[in-house]
Write a protein of this length. Structure first.
Length: 383
């Protein structure tokens, strides 16, 4: 994977769609489930590489009259739809989708199609999305070179409202790979995704700490507590769990920062200000918690700031701790230190790239668990 949280804010890998292959840079996203590229006809998708079905001999759109379009549950049923009944894209006979990202901050609209998708040397006839509109316009565009998005989360999240097979499940079902992958990322030199396995040399053969997956939608883990240094922020474990109106705590490669519910964020801020008010940027009207950034001449010793520690339920009897140092959560944006901690409604905790840069993470989908070990070596091939 190329990119970096300090360069473009995310990570991407090259894959192809169609025959002959058309090449795209896909954002690698463990927080969503579908693979989507801009359609040739999209006028709001920005200046990105788009897919031209006219040049692919293996391309087939998915008709809205087909049985496949009317599958609206992850287990293949066509009744009791999870997110409502399927529908046709306006003005066409194609099976439509509407996908929201970031809690509804951006949307993709389009239709489903079939074609050959190749990631590395693995090629399979897959269902992929053709985006015909983005809201806001060009919200996925930019100077980062990313064309589409490749989601790696649960099939449950691949219902929009038609439920389609995820690309990773297509590879698993075709027996091209075991149902597992590992990811490591660096702040500014890309990262690696190990498909079908994990590579112990990336974490110096240390023992992986395994956490059970809380729900089968995102890569949720069960948080028991959050510590600032050695001080608990004082909330019950329920505050970090998935409830009827909150997504719990999950690992998301498609999110750059560490995001918290407003309540959790306030408690973190309170512990910082009760114990470390002597450090620059912690207290006052212009603090890290209000979005202020500081010159390195002010933040002279980043090691004086405490780590942020996540206490995680283990598959074993004893919980384990995942620590994020200040050098990660107070990151250099240009020539200033800025906070990577932000509040957002609708989630408990999103463990984004600033968290992930510290750990090799194994996504064991077959056993519904995540493994963690400190990274010792991670850079993309060719670096």
């Amino acid at each position: 994977m190329k990119g970096g949280v300090l360069t473009i804010g995310t990570y991407y890998a090259e894959a192809t769609v169609g025959t002959p292959p058309q090449t795209f840079n896909f954002l690698i996203d463990t927080g969503s489930s579908n693979i989507v590229v801009p359609a040739r006809t999209c006028t709001t998708c920005g200046n990105r590489t788009s897919f031209d079905p006219r040049t692919s001999v293996t391309y087939k759109p998915l008709p809205c009259t087909s049985h496949e379009c009317h599958v609206c549950t992850p287990d293949g049923r066509t009744e009791n739809c999870v997110f409502g009944p399927s529908y046709c894209l306006a003005g066409t006979s194609n099976c439509a989708f509407g996908i929201s990202y970031g809690g509804g901050s951006s949307l993709l609209e389009g239709f489903w199609a079939h074609d050959e998708v190749c990631l590395g040397r693995m090629c399979v006839n897959a269902t992929f999305g053709m985006a015909t509109a983005e809201y806001p316009a060009a919200s996925f565009a930019g100077d980062d070179g990313i064309d589409g998005i490749l989601g790696l989360a649960s099939p449950f999240n691949a219902c929009n409202p038609t439920c389609v097979t995820t690309l990773f499940d297509d590879y698993v079902n075709a027996r091209m790979t075991p149902n597992i992958f590992g990811i490591c990322v660096t702040p500014d030199k890309g990262g690696l995704m190990d498909i079908g396995t994990y590579v112990p040399s990336r974490f110096n053969n240390a023992t992986l700490q395994w956490a059970p997956q809380e729900v089968d939608r995102w890569y949720n883990i069960i948080l028991l507590d959050i510590l600032v240094g050695k001080t608990s922020i004082g909330l019950p474990a329920f505050a970090y769990a998935t409830t009827n109106d909150v997504i719990g705590a999950f690992v998301d490669s498609g999110t750059s920062l560490l995001l918290f519910s407003p309540l959790i964020f306030q408690q973190i801020q309170a512990v910082f200000q009760q114990n470390w008010c002597n450090l620059p940027g912690i207290c006052g009207n212009e603090s890290f918690f209000t979005g202020a950034c500081y010159d390195p001449s002010v933040i002279k010793n980043i090691d004086l700031y405490p780590p942020l520690v996540f206490v995680v339920k283990s598959q074993l009897s004893t919980p384990f701790h995942l620590s994020v140092p200040a050098a990660s959560y107070l990151f250099l944006a240009g020539n200033q230190y800025c906070s990577g901690l932000q509040p957002v409604s609708g989630v408990g905790v999103i463990l984004g790239d600033l968290f992930m840069e510290n750990y090799y993470i194994v996504f064991d989908r077959s056993a519904s668990r995540l493994g963690f070990a400190p990274i010792t070596k991670c850079s993309y091939l060719g670096e």
